[in-house]
Design a binder for this molecule. Sequence first.
Ligand SMILES: Nc1ncnc2c1ncn2[C@@H]1O[C@H](COP(=O)(O)OP(=O)(O)OP(=O)(O)O)[C@@H](O)[C@H]1O
Ligand SMILES: [Mg+2]
Length: 494
Amino acid sequence: MIGSVGVIFGETGSHTFKFMVTDPALRRTDYVKVWHSTDGWVLCQVMSMTRSEGADNKDRVIASVTVIGVRDQQGLLRAPMTPFRPGDRVYKAEEELIVETLGLSDGGAYLGLLDGTDIPVTVDRNKLIQKHCSILAMTGSGKSYTAAVIIEEMMEKGVPLLIIDPHGEYATLKEPNDDADMGALAEKFGVEPQGYKNVTIYTPGNKKLCGYADRPLRLNGVNLKPKEIIEYVPSELNNTEIGLIYEAVNALRNDGIDYTIKDVLREIGSSHSAMKWGVYNKLEPLLEAEFLSDRPTPLTELFARGRTSIVDMKGIGPDVQQAIVAKLLDNLFEARKAGQVPPGMVVVEEAHNFCPEKGFAKTVSGDVLRAIASEGRKFGLGLLIISQRPAKVDKNVLSQCNTQIIMRVTNPNDIRAITKSLEGISSELEEEIKRLPPGVALFVSPDIPRAVMVQVRVRKSRHGGASKEISDEADKEDKPPAGGSLFKRLFGKA
Ligand SMILES: Nc1ncnc2c1ncn2[C@@H]1O[C@H](COP(=O)(O)OP(=O)(O)OP(=O)(O)O)[C@@H](O)[C@H]1O
Ligand SMILES: [Mg+2]
């Protein structure tokens, strides 16, 4: 056995204790073990360390430790019933004990390595879908990158994916990673560069907006209900204007033939109301809205086994984006409930824009996202929610995300929003979140007894999140300086 790293002293509790550190290599967050007379080796983790001058003028380093526990015969994690003894020796925990105790060996989606070790962290794909997942962090800390890693892992098992991509960042899933550091990173994480073929890029607009699109995304524009029309109108409507839309649609319905927005406008134009031109002008943009069509994209094409569909919204205004997401996800959720499409996952980038917290904004897509968040698990429709402003995301949606991937966050409001939606996050973890280096995530899951730090694996496909010319206001906040090799930043070598 390797030598001990220290000796327990003072008062010991069932969940915490302190020890005098004898090994200068010991670090905060290291996993250690202590022998317990009834339970055997018990896994513990160093949560904080202090250094002071002892009576003999020598440095004293003291580590505060949390007891994680032992797996019993049934595989359940238990903490020892009696405290450790002062004088007991503390040892470095070996890989097997860490993996077994933390339950990291479940197979499934490979996220990366347990920080500071070579231990792979994997999560069960079904659980990820059923329990929803969020990726929260300030801008530039690796959210989209980590999302792409999860997407790659899902694609490899043919899970149907629909990606709401407001900035056009995910098209590069088709291309293999050509990062200059790829050689070293691929070896470290044990992955090979790869582009994915079964990825289709849809644009709700046209080839001018999104030149690399494979197909148009079209929603039904025939026989729209007044409520649907109102949701698609980019500007606010007053009650009189809403009334005029209802009147026009009712008149068309009485005729009994199919109608389009053009017919609704004609009907409004022939009204005798003095207010008609106001609503006419507000509805007119819908005539040019290419996403409304008499031949909508079938959901069975968008959401199918072995396929990934990216809805690339580049160049589309925020209100229209929200209306498209509202309708598309509404249709998808209904189709899933009716069993017309298989179980799968919906990825929502910039979620604060699509399901904002009350008081920030109101959007038409909020309702359906709340519905999927609360009921989606019953039907096997999972959400992957991504946001750089957790405080601005609907709390009902966030609290339904049982798997949380948290990367660096410094804004106090955002930290509060994160810790609120997580039970049992300690103040040490709050401190940890503020200091997470790029590419390292705090992974919180109901299937792992404690939050663990994961060094997210390198992508197999090329990362497309670098273009920032289309970023929104929030992107300008808290931006860490870019530049330098990431490999260097992560591993300290070039
Ligand atoms: N695990 C990782 N391995 C290698 N590089 C990474 C990793 N995570 C992030 N990066 C690098 O960090 C940069 C920022 O990552 P990313 O685009 O995912 O940030 P983000 O949090 O989505 O930012 P934004 O809020 O601006 O969308 C990327 O250019 C990427 O190369
Ligand atoms: Mg991003």
